[in-house]
Design a protein around this ligand. Structure first.
Ligand SMILES: *[C@@H]1O[C@H](CO)[C@@H](O)[C@H](O)[C@H]1NC(C)=O
Ligand SMILES: *[C@@H]1O[C@H](CO)[C@@H](O)[C@H](O)[C@H]1NC(C)=O
Ligand SMILES: *[C@@H]1O[C@H](CO)[C@@H](O)[C@H](O)[C@H]1NC(C)=O
Ligand SMILES: *[C@@H]1O[C@H](CO)[C@@H](O)[C@H](O)[C@H]1NC(C)=O
Length: 391
């Protein structure tokens, strides 16, 4: 039997799809299919084992923190949070405030003129070519070019650009959002940025139902079509080279080759129900700026084992993106208090805060200090008080 047939049984993914696609063209090119198969097996088997382990740990967390049972929200805090959000919205919007404040706070470490989205493929000489994804597109110039050819629009949409002063809110996924009933206030921001699979459906009282930007990497993209209906922009964050293939498949409305699924650490969306004109690619220089300039993480090093812990969370990247896109920036749903291990991590699932200490990609302490600095200096406002309680 073909390896993909076996996997099909195990994975329960669409066995009806022509999952052998990848094999046929490969055979045409190489005359020795058994040799190729051996090589593929050598590579795919460890990937498969890893994938199973990931799936198991993601689906069966050891602890559960059910939001409905575990979370009491003080009504007085709800009132104050709503009042504070209203105050923020009623103040006069200050043009270019976020950018100029960032440039002042991070002198020589923040470029006010960065393009938020990729406009053209990098030339070999450009700085962003120095880094591999997610910090740059080194040696991926042609891949970027072919993606850009599928994007009819690459800039911020005109109707959003038109506003002389834009107020943005970045909605983090933190459990702290639960019960604050800030949905109505959040809908009144000009630009609402949502991250990964953070849902609207069923939670709009707390998180609103307006989405201007959904920013995510492939594994984070919502699986439910409902989450895309009102989105203005889908901003793809490309972390690794298969992410380019995934985005291309989404843009062309094609099915991802079966074997490629092993390169993602969890199930990825098969279709994104948006027209190509809604897609943008996040400028990797924004990630590079966040990681190396602002958070001052160490640059990537070749290492045998382990990770550099130099990748910012998508939340931190989104905050920096927002300062480039908007005149004023607010945050909500940010702040992981790691000492409250048994508190719900997100507003929408059963994970506990403790799960955050198990991950090895991000340095939560450094990011929290960064956000605290932004709130204390008045660069951004924190509407749910998880970073710094201002109300
Ligand atoms: C948000 O919800 C309100 C009230 O249910 C509805 O009228 C509005 O159309 C929704 N907006 C979006 C963008 O889905
Ligand atoms: C994408 O392809 C599916 C069939 O696979 C089709 O039903 C759907 O209308 C297509 N979507 C777009 C936006 O073209
Ligand atoms: C985190 O939680 C602990 C324990 O509840 C509390 O004492 C501390 O003040 C919290 N820290 C922040 C920054 O909210
Ligand atoms: C996070 O970064 C800080 C300093 O930037 C460092 O002291 C700390 O050890 C890092 N945390 C982890 C878990 O590596």
């Amino acid at each position: 039997a073909m390896p993909s047939e076996n996997n099909c049984v195990k994975l329960r993914s669409d066995c009806s799809r022509p999952s052998l696609q990848w094999y046929t063209p490969a055979r045409n090119k190489m005359k020795r299919p058994s040799f190729l198969l051996k090589k593929l097996f050598k590579y795919l088997l460890p990937m498969f084992v890893l994938w199973i382990i990931y799936t198991l740990t993601l689906n069966y967390p050891t602890e559960e923190c059910d939001m409905k049972k575990a979370h009491y929200v003080d009504p007085d805090r709800v009132k104050r949070a709503q009042k504070y959000a209203q105050q923020v919205l009623q103040k006069d919007c200050r043009p270019k405030f976020a950018k100029t404040s960032m440039a002042r706070l991070f002198e020589h470490r923040y470029s006010p003129d960065l393009q938020p989205f990729v406009q053209k493929a990098p030339k070999a000489s450009e700085a962003k070519d120095k880094y591999d994804p997610p910090f740059g597109f080194r040696k991926l110039s042609s891949e970027v070019q072919s993606l850009l050819e599928l994007l009819p629009e690459r800039d911020f949409p005109e109707h959003l650009k038109a506003k002389s002063c834009r107020r943005c809110v970045v909605i983090g996924s933190g459990g702290i959002l639960h019960g604050l009933e800030l949905g109505y206030a959040l809908n009144r921001f000009d630009v609402v940025i949502r991250l990964n699979n953070a849902p609207v459906e069923g939670y709009s009282e707390d998180v609103g139902n307006k989405t201007t930007i959904r920013m995510t990497y492939p594994e984070g993209a919502p699986l439910s079509d409902l989450e895309y209906y009102s989105s203005d922009l889908f901003v793809a964050v490309l972390f690794k080279s298969v992410d380019f293939n995934w985005l291309q498949a989404m843009l062309k409305n094609e099915t991802l080759p079966f074997w490629m699924r092993f390169f993602f650490w969890k199930q990825v969306a098969e279709k994104i129900p948006l027209q190509p004109k809604h897609f943008r690619i996040l400028n990797p220089v924004i990630i590079k700026e966040t990681a190396f300039d602002i958070l001052q993480y160490s640059e990537p090093q070749a290492r045998f084992w382990g990770q550099d812990q130099n990748v910012p969370t998508i939340g931190a990247i989104a905050v920096v993106l927002a300062t480039h896109l908007c005149d004023e920036v607010s945050l909500v749903g940010f702040g992981y208090n790691l000492s409250q291990r048994r508190t719900p991590l997100h507003y929408f699932d059963n994970q506990c805060m403790g799960a955050m200490t198990l991950q090895t990609m991000h340095n939560v302490t450094t990011e929290t200090e960064f956000l605290l600095k932004l709130v204390r200096e008045g660069v951004v406002t924190d509407l749910s008080g998880g970073i710094y309680w201002e109300f």
